[in-house]
Design a protein around this ligand. Structure first.
Ligand code: DGY
Length: 310
């Protein structure tokens, strides 16, 4: 186990394995991790641990890498395939928590909640004023979902209560019960008031949203990213916001976490969070226990339910 997990996850593994637990919130660097994995059958990794071919080669007995996340861009899945190592993830259980947080960001940015909070705490509130901290409506607007997979659809479901038109773009087909229109990415960007990103990070989605795409967005549109930072060209976004198109952004993920472009830190039209979308206590604990269960499955010759390279 490469770093701190909820204790329940350790308790699941201990009856089945000798656990080498790096009980720290700070990860191991590559050399230290290589030294730690020489005799292991399984690695329980987190999205902050790059699991490279070199790490795998240092662990000749390795059978499974159980990543405590739905995303697995930190693991070289191709290298794992070549070495016959299974890679598992934790899909499904974090869908609703991530969709909830996407909405929290959306509403916070549209209605300027963080700015309002700072305003009150700073003692700047003198009186009710007709145009004080006015934001954008969310209800009745057009929501564009880029990547209508599990999480994208959960975000779209919540929009029904806000009477929104929904546009989708992505590889997944839309369920029949979802009242949404499938459109090209360009059409989605040009027509949506809020664009929410829900694609995995792959070579195809790296900088999917760059300067050209941002320029297609409406001037007062809001871009929400709870997917992976590198899906958006962060430098291009900072420039685009400075020039007023799109009008605002709500970001939970960044290109080089935990570093955030200084221009975004200074921009009042951006709401920032430190990669929290799945962070309800119950969800994060279940992510940890699910990863342990996958390892137990493999150690006992069973097929774990969520193999990404099987
Ligand atoms: C995931 O599971 O990929 C999330 O980014 C973790 O919050």
């Amino acid at each position: 186990m490469t770093r701190y997990v909820y204790p329940e996850a350790l308790a699941i593994l201990e009856p089945h394995a000798d656990v080498d637990y790096h009980d720290s919130r700070d990860g191991l660097d590559s050399a230290a991790l290589r030294a730690r994995v020489t005799g292991v059958d399984a690695i329980v990794s987190q999205l902050t641990d790059p699991i490279t071919p070199e790490i795998m080669d240092a662990a000749p007995r390795l059978k499974v890498i159980a990543n405590v996340a739905v995303g697995f861009d930190n693991v070289d899945v191709g290298a794992a395939m070549e070495r016959g190592v299974l890679v598992t993830n934790t899909p499904g259980i974090l869908t609703e928590a991530t969709a909830d947080f996407t909405w929290a960001l959306m509403l916070a940015a549209a209605r300027r909640v963080p700015e309002a909070d700072r305003f009150v705490r700073d003692g700047r509130w003198r009186q009710w004023e007709i145009d004080l901290l006015c934001g954008q409506d969310v209800h009745g607007k057009t929501l564009g979902i880029v990547g209508p997979g599990r999480i994208g659809r959960a975000v779209a479901r919540r929009a029904a209560g806000f009477d929104m038109r929904i546009l989708c773009h992505g590889r997944s087909s839309l369920p029949d019960d979802m009242d949404a229109e499938a459109v090209s990415l360009d059409a989605l960007l040009a027509s949506s008031d809020i664009v929410s990103l829900h694609v995995p990070l792959t070579p195809q989605t790296h900088h999917l949203i760059g300067a050209r795409e941002l320029a297609l967005m409406k001037p007062d549109a809001l871009l929400v990213n709870t997917a992976r930072g590198p899906v958006v060209d962060e430098g291009a976004l900072a420039e685009a916001l400075a020039s007023g198109r799109p009008g605002a952004a709500a970001l939970d993920v960044f290109e080089d976490e935990p570093r955030v472009d200084a221009r975004l830190l200074e921009c009042p039209d951006v709401v920032l969070a430190p990669h929290l979308a799945s962070a309800s206590g119950a969800t994060r604990m279940r992510m940890c226990t699910m990863a342990s269960e996958s390892v137990v499955d493999v150690l006992n010759g069973r097929q774990p339910p969520h193999i990404v390279n099987g």
